[in-house]
Design a binder for this molecule. Structure first.
Ligand code: 13P
Length: 272
């Protein structure tokens, strides 16, 4: 069952990189990825799927460069508005993202929940809209430190998942990627332990099983996110329910991000 899931490693650049900076990243990252393959890192770019989520302003330039690259790397957006068009100043619609060739869109990131007041109902609308327009939602869920200390981790994950997935049919659910991102691990340099990452991912999958059954739960990729680095990536991604990573800070550096992709490929081999 585990071997059927191709891990997905995504660079979430957040509010970083101008177009020239984004293109400079690709100038270094694409050869680094090929170089890792040449050095024998098994199946980089084949057994692992890679995607990059630049800011909106660089989506088109990055997409164009990725289309001309030899490796198949997905383009991802960091946010989307639920409506296809309309009077929503400053927003970007799922139709526009599809038009740019986006494969994925991140929804429910804790930074959007915290800084922009996005609640589960709004995230649900975004997720359903993304699916309607052919985008794969990467749904982020995760507890705060306070919630974890209060023993509420599973309750929070369950609320976020049930809220975001309301009205999502099984054929939509199997196109999802879920990122378990404990809020206390994001940008802190302190990743969850591999056991905690596995436990969060396992719980997500258990809830998917309850909602959609064994087949769908076995197909959905559950990433871990929060201070993933080249040095901890393998031990996190080798755990059975962890299918890749959503990487913030370390994804800004082409060598570090390429190394994380290589660690994901090693983890695939180990899981065999
Ligand atoms: P860091 O890798 O910088 O902790 O960020 C994780 C994250 O929020 C990815 O979406």
């Amino acid at each position: 069952m585990d071997a059927q899931r191709t891990p997905l490693v995504v660079a979430n650049w957040k509010m970083h990189k101008t177009i020239p900076e984004a293109l400079r990243f690709l100038d270094a990252f694409l050869p680094a990825l090929e170089g890792l393959g040449a050095q024998g890192a098994p199946g980089v770019g084949r057994v692992v799927e890679v995607a990059i989520a630049p800011p909106f302003t660089a989506l088109q330039a990055v997409g164009a460069r990725l289309r001309s690259a030899t490796a198949s790397i997905g383009l991802a957006a960091q946010n989307v508005h639920p409506e296809p068009q309309g009077a929503y100043t400053g927003e970007v619609s799922p139709v526009m993202l599809s038009d740019l060739g986006c494969r994925y869109v991140i929804v429910g990131h804790s930074e959007r929940r915290r800084h922009f007041g996005e609640d589960d109902a709004f995230i649900n609308k975004k997720l359903l809209a993304a699916l309607r327009h052919g985008l794969g939602p990467i749904l982020c869920v995760g507890e705060t430190l306070e919630e974890r200390r209060a023993g509420r981790t599973q309750g929070v994950l369950e609320r976020q998942l049930r809220g975001a997935l309301a009205g999502c049919p099984p054929e939509g659910a199997e196109r999802l990627v879920i990122a378990y991102e404990p809020v206390w691990a994001i940008g802190t340099g302190v990743a969850a332990s591999p056991d905690d990452a596995q436990e969060g991912a396992r719980f997500v999958r258990e809830l998917l099983r309850e909602l959609y059954g064994e087949a769908v739960a076995g197909r959905v990729r559950v990433q871990y996110g929060g201070s993933v680095q080249p040095g901890n990536a393998y031990e996190l991604m080798v755990r059975p329910d962890v299918d890749g990573a959503l990487v913030g800070g370390a994804s800004l550096d082409p060598e570090q991000f390429a190394q994380i992709v290589a660690e994901a490929a090693k983890a695939v081999q180990a899981k065999g």
